[in-house]
Design a protein around this ligand. Sequence first.
Ligand code: CP3
Length: 349
Amino acid sequence: MNQSTRFLNACNRQPVDATPVWLMRQAGRYMAEYRALRERYSILELIKTPDLAAEVTLQPIRAFNLDAAIIFADILTLLESLGLHLEFVKGDGPVIRNPVRSSADVAALTLRPPEEVLGFTLEAIRLVRRELDGKIPLIGFSGAPFTLASYAIEGGGSRHYTLAKGLMYHQPAVWHAFMSKLAEAVGLYLRAQAEAGAQVLQMFDSWVGSLSPADYREYVLPHSRRAIELAKGNTDIPVIHFGTGTAGMLPLIKEAGGDIIGVDWRIDLAEAWDRLGSDVAVQGNLDPVVLYAPIPEIKKQAARILDSVKGRSGHIFNLGHGILQHTPVEHVAALVDFVHEYTAEGYHQ
Ligand code: CP3
């Protein structure tokens, strides 16, 4: 066995020769190669120029021994494709100038074929697949309806999601209409990425942990389920369903769908897997801040995670959330190699 099959085998809970590892947000500012490109291009220019997006996707693949690539894009371009005005403002993160607050705002959103409005990412996927030449698989991704809705309604990042939850509680019909539209857009976008060549799909519900389990069930779960069903179509493409702060609602996340459930570090990985059941694979869950620690501490914590799920099939090693901006690259290299070395011999028998 080798790296071309390791990640896909783990996604399907099949035997592997070593535990596969990739890192959420593995392309980005912690890498000098990325910063060099960012001096010449904005983030949206990088995403919308397929050659550049392909190049950025491949930067971490050249630098580290990763088992999967993830296409370079952002969850928020999908909102732009619906008619929202997206800007990345230095220091402030993403800003949406015309946030969604009413039923008229929802009605004004236009669902167009992904090939027309997000074709740059689909083209980047085709380019990366050609470059990778089967050596490792490529992941496509989208935000989940709730996380996208929270950006669209708040107009940017948020601490308490008061506007998003406000729409949910005060105007539930408008909320559900908006979420239905997002579910459709997310599902079609993921399906299009699979058709362009993405071999695994990840749906990021980064902020879903801000909800109570009851609100998740009522206001979010049906829409996430719809998005995942559309993404899969009549194929068996593996879908990773990722969220943070989901310890209190793991069975609901599973109910919404996904072959692999991504969890953060606020729950013990083995305990998360026990709650989910052995009929799904899991992805996670090192605290990204641990990558700032000395290498022996990083290895100790990675070993603890690996020991806790030894003997089970379907673990994909990852961080519990995206890699942080000031992460030392040599720590990333040490982590990736350690996961392989630690699990190569004896571990998977
Ligand atoms: O994983 C990868 O390597 C693919 C690239 C990727 C980006 N964004 C590029 C990016 C992925 C998977 C994302 C997903 C994304 N984007 C999420 C979900 C994952 C998560 O971390 O929860 C979210 C919530 C966003 C929204 C977003 N994009 C924010 C809040 C910001 C600004 C804050 C920040 O981290 O700078 C972005 C910008 C962004 N997207 C950057 C990158 C590399 C940094 C921008 C820059 O280069 O200046």
